[in-house]
Write a protein that binds this ligand. Structure first.
Ligand SMILES: [Zn+2]
Length: 501
């Protein structure tokens, strides 16, 4: 069976989607999980887009072993130089350079004619090749480009030294039959096409990203660019888990395999949604809460008699564990560490000590600690490590015959500040006080509370969306006290806002 390379762009294209921005520390945690998942390539960012992106790529290049680490670069010398600078010293790395090739993009976006685009592409590939032997070249908006021009452009890129040719359906426009034909034609006509690997990068605007990616593989592409949970610009990118499980479940049909470890799919999905705060829709294939739930009585009966009656794959094969083992006050460090690993969190000694401390603290207030509680403890910890704004203390008084008042203590860039303010309710009072202390002028546009698990001692999970200068940022917080959870969520959104370039 031939191998397919899984090129993960969760940290680059995925991170570009609204509400999915991640800090450097968060990206590093996610990149380590992607390595465990077994992806072949991690596109860690776009080095020349911001200082923080540069730093994330550099750190991932230094610290993550296994996958090839790649930075995106426009077909420009400065982009390529920055990419190489970020990744020099990494053991296994490459550069992914691109330029648009459709008439629409060339004319209106680049204001270049096809001849100029061709020259820029060749120059970029040659320049990247001086730094690394792993050079991927993408023709942006390939699905709306003239196929004859694509043949010319890709042939020139091969001559200049590109090792991977990527065909992006940038706007999610193509259909499976069309991309099949395009890949087949390019494989036929591009110069020395048997010496290079063809890749696809599909967007989901018409819900075709996965179908198109699979069609391209059938036509001979051997790399797919995808993201965990299908996050990405607009309607998202092709979902990694759907591609991988399609290949695995229909192995005889595709006769292709890949290096991804199925059991790491669910932990990766959970980790990403914990980090970004973007939850997965319940009916999402493979990783949605209902993906393996059988509601209809006749189905349940069938599954009990033989799982294969209504299940084409098992929940265990994607890492969903049946035993929802509950931890409590008396659970030890070892049990906690084991449980965390099954959720995708591999902590070092120091981190484990810190999480264990918080776990004990929560167990004092809550009888049973569920997996979802653990997710929150860990990701809240990762976040706070590099936060500029930290909640130090919170006291709220409210009731039927008084004006709700909050006193909030915060640590801002290491300095302690305390203030009090009123509000229409305890949450409003707390948020008003935080706004006054931080002096950040933003508009609260969405607020929601959900309980993480059942029971009145459950942790409340609060999600807050704020807007400033047209930019929307979502923050999350969780605690057994919903006012505290609200304050944490609001402060989280402020921290995210302050890290924006
Ligand atoms: Zn994209």
């Amino acid at each position: 069976m031939e191998k397919v390379r899984i090129f993960d762009t969760t940290l680059r294209d995925g991170e570009q989607s609204p509400g999915c921005s991640m800090s450097t520390a968060e990206k590093l945690v996610m990149a380590k999980q992607l390595a465990r998942l077994g992806v072949d390539t991690i596109e860690a960012g776009f080095a020349n887009s911001s200082g923080e992106d540069f730093e994330s790529i550099r750190m991932i290049g230094q610290e993550v072993e296994g996958p090839m680490i790649v930075s995106l670069a426009r077909a420009r010398k400065d982009d390529i130089d920055r990419s190489a600078e970020a990744l020099q010293g990494a053991t296994n790395w490459g550069i992914h350079t691109f330029i648009a090739s459709s008439p629409l993009h060339m004319k209106h976006k680049l204001q270049m004619d096809p001849g100029e685009v061709l020259k820029a592409a060749v120059k970029a590939v040659e320049h990247a090749k001086q730094y690394t032997s792993n050079v991927e070249f993408s023709a942006e908006d390939a699905s709306r480009s003239e196929p004859t021009f694509l043949v010319e452009l890709f042939s020139a890129a091969v001559k200049a030294g590109a090792t991977i040719l990527n065909i992006p359906d940038t706007v999610g426009y193509t259909m499976p039959d069309e991309i099949y034909q395009l890949v087949a034609r390019l494989k036929n006509e591009v110069y020395q096409s048997d010496q290079v690997m063809f890749s696809v990068h599909c967007h989901n605007d018409l819900g075709m990203a996965v179908a198109n990616s699979l069609a391209a593989l059938r036509a001979g592409a051997r790399q797919v660019e995808c993201t965990v949970n299908g996050i990405g610009e607009r309607a998202g990118n092709a979902a990694l888990e759907e591609i991988v499980m399609s290949l695995a479940t229909r192995q005889q049909y595709y006769n292709l395999t890949c290096n991804v470890i199925g059991e790491q799919i669910y932990p990766s999905s959970r980790l990403l949604s914990q980090i970004t705060g973007a939850s997965v829709q319940p009916n999402k294939a493979i990783v949605g809460a209902n993906a393996f739930a059988h509601e209809a009585g006749i189905h349940q009966d069938g599954v009990l008699k033989n799982a294969l009656t209504y299940e084409i794959m098992t929940p265990q094969s994607v890492g969903i564990q049946e035993n929802n083992l509950v931890l409590g006050k008396h659970s030890g460090r070892h049990a906690l560490a084991n449980r965390l690993e099954s959720r995708g969190f591999y902590l070092n000694e120091e981190e484990l000590n810190e999480v264990f401390e918080k776990f004990k603290h929560l167990a004092d207030r809550k009888k049973q600690i569920f997996d979802e509680d653990l997710d929150v403890i860990v990701t809240q910890g990762v976040r706070q490590q590099q936060d500029d704004y930290i909640l130090d203390s919170l006291t709220v008084s409210s009731g039927t015959h008084m004006i709700p008042t909050a006193t909030v203590g915060m640590i801002i860039h290491g300095e302690r500040i305390k203030k009090a303010a009123f509000g229409d309710g305890p949450v409003d009072a707390a948020l008003n006080t935080i706004k006054e202390i931080t002096n950040i002028d933003c508009r609260l546009i969405a607020y929601s509370v959900k309980s993480i698990t059942g029971g009145t001692d459950a942790q409340g999970k609060v999600s807050v969306t704020i807007e400033k200068d047209g930019m929307r940022i979502t923050g999350r917080g969780a605690d057994t006290d919903i006012v505290t959870a609200s304050a944490l969520a609001f402060i989280n959104s402020i921290n995210r806002l302050s890290r924006m370039p």
